[in-house]
Design a protein around this ligand. Structure first.
Ligand code: HEM
Ligand SMILES: [Ca+2]
Length: 652
């Protein structure tokens, strides 16, 4: 039995069979099941409306666009509302415009369109989708016929022949896992379910419109046990919040904002379950004098013997790897530390006020770390400065714009922000409080497994190990741990079952009707190569430049100077992070709303915070820390000397 995931505890559905690792990872909720059912119905109606004109549509599509974009006929559908009595997206949203704090579900951030960025709303799109029928069927056809098999692309383009050891990267592993932590704040796509609301069971060789299995290609000598990789399509959603007819969209279960929803939850029930309701604190557990998160129920993890249960936080994927769980723990400890200090400074504050003001401060520190430390390493200083992502030295940012849709773009969720998969390492280190290495843990042993969290110095050792280890280079190559052995298990017949994350990313792009790489180069106004001269090695799999899948194309670009990513990735990442800044009324630097803004003293103080200072705050035994924990070989500081938040600026 497994709940549908931490962020959706009020909407639990239960499965009666053991789940695969992928099902552990991908989330569903009662809400998403209902929306998927209604959306599938609406798609059927749309198809019927269009069937009569199908030949005309195909012809129009070819003549007008020369590709598989929706025809004008499909566009007319968007004027029709779906036959549903129960369009959920705008329902029951009541805003208090005097509210100083973010809502838990992200609603009311935008006053005019209060559903923008709310949990359980559809993704936005940068380009109209490239479904084969313009509406719903996965993108399986390209200019030169059937697109290559996703696992074949993975084996040819994304496969490391040896373990990945060539490092030209000076980003730490903390940079990588912090990326995953951010991903789990922004995106949780609703996974597909059957009509009973259970995870879809896909079977090789059995055609099921809910499945998009990847057949085993002939050159796959590694995965001989598996006839195919079973993959369920993600759940369908209406494309608009008005439930108009149109293309198959997908649903984001969590808040789009950088609001630490992975720590606090994306719905009230989850948040209430995490809170202690005393002193503004979050519930915690103690083991050998160290503070841990509280626990999920039995069978939430792969090795959940009593005492080794997995951790509960605001997002259901917290235990995907122990590095990620240690970051959840770090922010959770920081919350409780600040709540405690504030309760001493302002002894008359009640639990509610302490909780929300602490959440506001911790979220501001986190946003500052992303915009001040993480993004410049990722994008390089040029894009970071030119696209207004760099925080100001002083004063308020005054560019909040209510016209900006801060929700996450489907392309960002399905291809762009998955760039981090290529930087994942095959092992994680455990180090002492003085950074001496004493354990090297294989990734699969710390994925949805919790034993190591309670051995030695536990999660502290893992967290500090990420500061000393480098991440892998961002390129097409992925470590075998996730390209060959992801979620590896043996079934009842002792046959090995495992996943390939590169192939999954590619097939997921097709499932969501994400357009090809070249379309996004055009979108970013970058040159469009006519031949493969710059992308030579892709010739082994793709016949036409126009057919390259977005995920694969993005990762084959050469990085920009002093950046981790190339030009198209840089453009698309910057775009989304700009929307998350200028479209967030509660952005920490925003000075346009007197009720919401921090005082100048408070803001300037938040600007002195770094991830290193939070590491020092939350690991009591730590003495020293590198000044910049996303970069290798930076100067080491004494924890006592590092700049920290001065909470007396919050004395009332
Ligand atoms: C550390 C090891 C990691 C593992 C094992 C992992 C695993 C996965 C899996 C299994 C999925 C779902 C694939 C699908 O069915 O479509 C996924 C999705 C995703 N991953 Fe990772 N991931 C890791 C790290 C990262 C990192 C470092 C980043 C970004 C910097 C990242 C960003 C994403 C995003 C944006 C999604 C889409 C989420 C969604 O649509 O719900 N992941 N990951
Ligand atoms: Ca969020």
């Amino acid at each position: 039995m497994k709940s549908s995931g931490g962020s959706q505890n009020d909407e639990n559905t239960f499965d009666t069979y053991p789940l695969t690792g992928l099902e552990h990872h991908n989330q569903i909720s009662a809400n998403s099941i209902e929306i998927a059912k209604q959306s599938e119905l609406a798609l059927m109606v749309s198809k019927q409306l269009l069937t009569k004109n199908y030949i005309k549509i195909a012809a129009a599509r070819l003549i007008e666009y020369g590709d598989v974009r929706p025809s004008p006929t499909i566009k007319t559908l968007s004027k029709l509302t779906a036959p549903t009595q129960n369009c959920p997206f705008k329902k029951n949203i009541k805003c208090n415009i005097q509210e100083k704090y973010r809502t838990i579900d992200g609603s009311c951030n935008n006053i005019k369109r209060p559903w923008l960025g709310k949990s359980n709303t559809p993704f936005k799109r940068w380009l109209t989708p490239f479904y084969d029928d313009g509406l719903d069927s996965p993108r399986l056809l390209g200019i030169s016929g059937r697109l290559p098999n996703a696992r074949h692309i993975s084996l040819t383009v994304h496969r490391s022949m040896t373990s990945k050891i060539i490092v030209e990267q000076n980003a730490t592993n903390l940079f990588v896992i912090f990326g995953q932590f951010i991903a789990h704040d922004l995106i949780s796509t609703a996974a597909g379910t059957d009509i009973n609301g259970r995870s879809v069971r896909c079977i090789c060789n059995k055609i099921n419109r809910l499945c998009i299995n990847i057949p085993r290609p002939n050159n796959d000598t590694l995965n001989i046990d598996q006839k195919c990789m079973v993959v369920a399509r993600n759940a369908a959603s209406f494309p608009t919040v008005d439930c108009k007819l149109g293309h198959r969209e997908q649903l984001n279960l969590i808040t789009a904002y950088l609001d630490l929803s992975q720590v606090y939850g994306s719905n009230q029930h989850t948040t209430n379950d995490l809170r202690l309701f005393k002193g503004g604190q979050l519930k915690a557990t103690k083991f050998q004098n160290r503070t841990y998160l509280s626990h999920l129920s039995l069978n939430s993890c792969m090795d959940d013997k009593q005492g080794q249960l997995c951790f509960k936080s605001g997002d259901g994927r917290t235990n995907e790897n122990m590095g990620l769980a240690s970051l959840h723990t770090m922010f959770h400890r920081e919350h409780n530390r600040i709540a405690h200090k504030l309760s001493q400074i302002n002894s008359m504050w009640n639990d509610e006020l302490l909780f929300h003001e602490t959440r506001r401060i911790v979220t501001a520190q986190y946003q500052h770390i992303i915009y001040n430390e993480w993004l410049p390493v990722l994008l390089g200083k040029r894009i970071w400065i030119n696209t207004d992502l760099k925080p100001l030295i002083n004063g308020y940012h005054m560019k909040y714009d209510e016209k900006i849709d801060s929700s996450i773009s489907n392309e960002f969720a399905t291809a762009v922000f998955r760039f981090g998969h290529s930087m994942v390492t095959s092992t994680m280190s455990k180090v002492t409080y003085r950074y001496f290495l004493y354990k090297n843990l294989t990734f699969s042993n710390i994925s949805f497994r919790n034993k190591e969290a309670y051995l030695d110095n536990g999660l502290d050792g893992i967290l500090l190990g990420m500061v000393t280890d480098h991440g892998e280079k961002s390129d097409a190559i992925m470590t075998k741990q996730i390209q060959q052995h992801l979620f590896e298990t043996k079934d009842v017949n002792s046959q090995t079952k495992r996943f390939d994350l590169a192939a999954l990313n590619i097939i997921r792009g097709r499932d969501h009707g994400i357009g090809p790489y070249i379309a996004y180069r055009r979108f970013c106004r970058l040159s469009v190569p006519k031949s493969f001269s710059t992308l030579n090695h892709l010739l082994k799999v793709y016949k036409n430049v126009e057919d390259i899948d977005l995920f694969t194309g993005l990762l084959t670009e050469n990085p920009l100077p002093n950046a981790i990513v190339g030009p198209t990735l840089g453009c698309l990442l910057a775009r989304q992070f700009q929307d998350l800044k200028r479209g967030d009324r509660y952005f920490y630097e925003n000075g346009q709303f007197d009720l919401i803004k921090f005082t100048t003293n408070q803001l300037n103080d938040i600007r002195t915070v770094s991830l290193s200072s939070i590491l020092c705050n939350t690991i009591p035994d730590l003495l020293t820390i590198p000044t910049r924990s996303f970069l290798l070989n930076t100067k080491t500081m004494n924890c006592q000397k590092i700049k920290k938040l001065n909470l007396f600026h919050w004395k009332t």
